[in-house]
Design a protein around this ligand. Structure first.
Ligand code: AMP
Ligand code: ZN
Length: 470
């Protein structure tokens, strides 16, 4: 497989440290609020990557942290701890907030068919390990104490800005108006490994350390949790593109300083989902969540389909109109698959199946080109193969795409009285179901009339949509 590597800035052949095994680390959510659908774009694309690696025969171990301490509102060392802000907003304790939003995150993931990582580790469960690693960084001369805090000295590694050529002036951008610069730092790019009393007297969670009572910085947690579960050589590190700097840059600096050798070879970054007004943000009042999509009667898997329709290295604009188009295409896909179910004869053409799978793998091997992989999926319908072969190919591809295509098609077909309801009728019926759910009765009635004009009857029952020939 070939994959773009942010570290080398080119599409590289994916290689692992141990043959056939992948140690994969994912920066997990900061659990001070619900995940927005932008966050979830990143997790959907990482999920597809993980599933494709497994599909290709790799033995993958995936680790994710849960950020429940230390992530400040600026991503650097300024602003408030996001968790504390969340707790204050809801008049709850930080741990209550963390538990609630961690569960909410995994519920959203389940609705989007995102597999749970093999290891999920909250930062607050690893404080001793952070302290141990920070002590070693001090011993090796990579970290220093100033004003009660411990800082990483970014002048010590041979190259600190590994991903890009940031300079000190660029960093000024990260320093917000009204937030005082941290005069303890020897250089602006230095970052905090451990905060003590010098910051936030009202910080709720604090631990004893050799440097006083305090709490860890955000970056150290990912280095430590990754090394704890995946060892000193990491094959693949994932995150959204905003993590490149400072978070991943700092992770590399401290991990390699601690280990004394190169740490992670492949960096996978998903570009952002934006709204038409710009950046998606959790702090802007109502924001886009999976529950909001459901309230508007969208199937969360239609959102997954929407994400898969574009390449992970392109930023993507979210509008409800775009999502509606994706939902209509997704319904059509289900309906076309349902139409195949009634045509089964029991014979799979293995040669044709292999050819169809090859088209899919070719797209996925080419830097995870999910949009071309969907084209390969549509090619199945165009192929001259029989229904069994087509259904087998769809089932194979869906092991990676996770769109529940066959099970949804079966459900749709179960609710049809005839085995052979044409695909265009099934599609119109599905559009009518969505229109009804959205309470767009005018559209629902006009779709029913269209179906009727084509010789079929459609009705909604407790068991779902029923379609029969007139
Ligand atoms: P957070 O919960 O803020 O720690 O972010 C969780 C993940 O979502 C990280 O990998 C971020 O890089 C990623 N992320 C944040 N905003 C967006 C966005 N608008 N689109 C895609 N991914 C995002
Ligand atoms: Zn991280």
């Amino acid at each position: 497989m070939r994959l773009y590597n942010t570290l080398t800035r080119k599409v590289d052949e994916f290689v692992t440290h141990r043959e056939g095994k992948v140690g994969m680390y994912t920066c997990g959510p900061t659990v001070y609020h619900y995940a927005h659908i932008g966050n979830l774009r990143t997790y959907i694309m990482e999920d597809v990557l993980e599933k494709y690696l497994r599909y290709s025969g790799y033995d993958v171990k995936r680790v994710m942290n849960i950020t429940d301490v230390g992530h400040l509102t600026s991503d650097g060392d300024t602003g408030d701890d996001k968790m504390l802000k969340g707790a204050k907003r809801e008049h709850k304790t930080v741990m209550e907030i963390a538990e609630f939003y961690t569960n909410a995150f995994f519920e959203d993931c389940k609705k989007l068919n995102i597999r749970k990582p093999d290891v999920i580790e909250p930062a607050t469960a690893c404080i001793d390990l952070f302290i141990e690693v920070i002590q070693e960084l001090i011993r090796k001369g990579y970290a220093y104490e100033a004003g009660g805090n411990i800082y990483f000295d970014t002048s010590k590694p041979d190259k600190y800005y590994v991903f890009n050529d940031f300079n000190e002036e660029d960093l000024e951008v990260g320093v917000r108006e009204g937030v005082e610069e941290d005069g303890n730092k020897r250089s602006k790019s230095d970052f905090v490994l451990w905060f003590t009393k010098s910051k936030f007297d009202d910080q709720e969670l604090k631990w004893d350390s050799p440097w006083g009572t305090g709490y860890p910085g955000w970056h150290i947690e990912c280095s430590c949790i990754s090394m704890k579960h995946l060892g000193e050589y990491l094959d693949l590190h994932c995150g959204g593109v905003d993590n490149v700097f400072p978070h991943h840059t700092n992770e590399i600096a401290q991990s390699e300083a601690y280990l004394g050798h190169k740490w992670c070879s492949q960096w996978f970054h998903v570009h952002h989902l934006n709204t038409e007004d710009g950046k998606m943000s959790k702090s802007k009042g109502e924001f886009l969540t999976v529950s909001l999509l459901e309230e508007k009667r969208f199937d969360p898997l239609a959102y997954r389909f929407f994400c898969l329709s574009s390449h992970y290295r392109k930023s993507l604009t979210f509008t409800f109109e775009n999502l509606e188009n994706a939902a209509a295409a997704y319904s059509k896909l289900i309906a076309r698959t349902a139409a195949l179910l009634g045509q089964k004869t029991g014979a799979v053409d293995e040669t044709e199946l292999a050819r169809l799978k090859e088209g899919f793998c070719k797209a996925m091997d080419d830097d995870l080109n999910t949009s071309n992989a969907l084209t390969a999926l549509y090619d199945v319908f165009k192929s001259g193969a029989g229904a069994d072969t087509k259904l087998a190919a769809i089932a194979e591809m869906d092991k990676v795409l996770s769109l529940d295509i066959i099970s949804k098609a079966e459900k749709l077909e179960e609710n049809s009285d005839s085995d052979l309801i044409p695909a265009d009728i099934l599609q119109l019926a599905e559009q009518r179901r969505i229109a009804r759910a959205e309470k767009n009765f005018a559209l629902a009635d006009s779709l029913r009339d269209q179906i009727s004009a084509m010789g079929y009857m459609v009705e909604e029952t407790r068991q779902g949509t029923k379609i029969r020939k007139k």
